[in-house]
Design a protein around this ligand. Sequence first.
Ligand code: AOS
Ligand code: ZN
Ligand code: ZN
Length: 389
Amino acid sequence: MRNLDTDAIETFQNLAIELPSWAFGNSGTRFKVFGTPGTPRTVEEKIADAATVHRFTGLAPKVALHIPWDVVDDFGALRSYAADLGVDLGTVNSNTFQDDDYKFGSLTHTDKHVRQKAIDHHIRCIEVMNETGSRDLKIWLADGTNYPGQGDIRGRQDRLAESLATIYQHIGDEQRMVLEYKFFEPATYMTDVPDWGTSYAQVSALGERALVCLDTGHHAPGTNIEFIVAQLLRLGKLGSFDFNSRFYADDDLIVGAADPFQLFRIMFEVIRGGGLDTGSPVALMLDQCHNVEEKIPGQIRSVLNVQEMTARALLVDTDALADAQDTGDVLGANAIFMDAFYTDIRPDLAAWRAERGLPADPMAAFAQSGYQEEITAARVGGTQSSWGA
Ligand code: AOS
Ligand code: ZN
Ligand code: ZN
C-alpha cells in the first residue's frame, strides 16, 4: 500500500469491525418503519447477512447480538452456525428499555425489585456470553428524567453504581463490561450516563474489566470526539466504539457519511493511542440502522468507510508532524495532517483487496452477486425482524 511502512501495514491489517445484528432488520423513525424485501426473519438470517458483508470485504469477522431481540434456544448451536459461515458472535447488548417496569428507570430505579429485574437481565446476558464465547457485555441505559426535580440525580448515580457492581461480579475473567453514554434520548432533561466522564467514573469504580463505550452519535454538536478518544485511550479505559454518523440527533447513519473528516480524525487518535495495535482491547463496532437504504450494502459501505479513513490516517507523516508541532509550525503541521486526509487512496485499497482474493470493489461485487435477489426470493412469509424485535 502506498507510503505505508511495515508497521503501518500491520496496523492497517488489524482493522476488524463488528457488525450489529439489528442493522439487518427493518428500522425507521417514530413516523414509519419501511419494510425491505429479503429482510431477515430470524437471528440466523441476520448472521448470514453479516457473514456476507465479511465475505465481500474481509473486514467484519464478528456479529454483535442484542438480547432479547436475538434470543434462541441454543446459543452454542448459534455460535457453531456463525462459525460455519466464517464469523464469530461478538458483543452482547442488553436491553432494559422496552419493558413497562422500566418507565422510571432500570438499574437506577427507586424500587429495588425493578433494579433486581434489570440486574437479572444482565446476568442472563452474561450466561449467553458464556455460551456464545462473547467477550463483551455492552450496557446502554435509557434511564433518565424529563423534568427538573423528577428524580434525585445523586441518588440515581448511587443506585447505578450499586447495580453495576452487582453485575460486574458476574463478569468472567476473560470477559468485560462496557458502559455506553448518551447525553439525551429517550430522556430529555437528564440522562443517567450522559457523558464519558460519568461512564469513566462508574466503570473505574468497578475494576479493570469495566470500560467505556463511545458511540460517535451520542455527543452534542461540535463536541471534539477525537479528544475523548485520545483521553480514554490514555487512561486505558476505551473499551469499544459504536460507530455511526449523525446530522441532527442519534441518526445512526452510515459511519463517515456525515463527516468523513471527523472519522479520519478519530481513526488518527485511535492509531496514535494504540487502539489498532496487535492485541488492542478496543472493539470497533457499528451501531447503525438502515431506514431507507438497502441494509447489506449499507453495512459494506460502512466498513469500507472505516477502512478508507484508517488508511488515510496511517498516511500522516508522523515524524514530520511531530517536528512541525515542536517548532511551532502551525500551518505546516496542519498541512501535513490535511495532506493525508486529502489523499485519494481508493485505487490502492482496490489493488490491496484484489491481491488478497477479495473483490476490488465490494459494493459492485455484491450488487452483481445475486445474493440480494436470492434472499428476496427465499425470505417470504414469516415476520421480518426489526430494530426492537
Ligand atoms: C442507543 O441509542 C444506543 O446507541 C445503544 O447502543 C443501543 O443499544 C443500540 O442502538 C441498540 O439498541
Ligand atoms: Zn450505541
Ligand atoms: Zn444510539
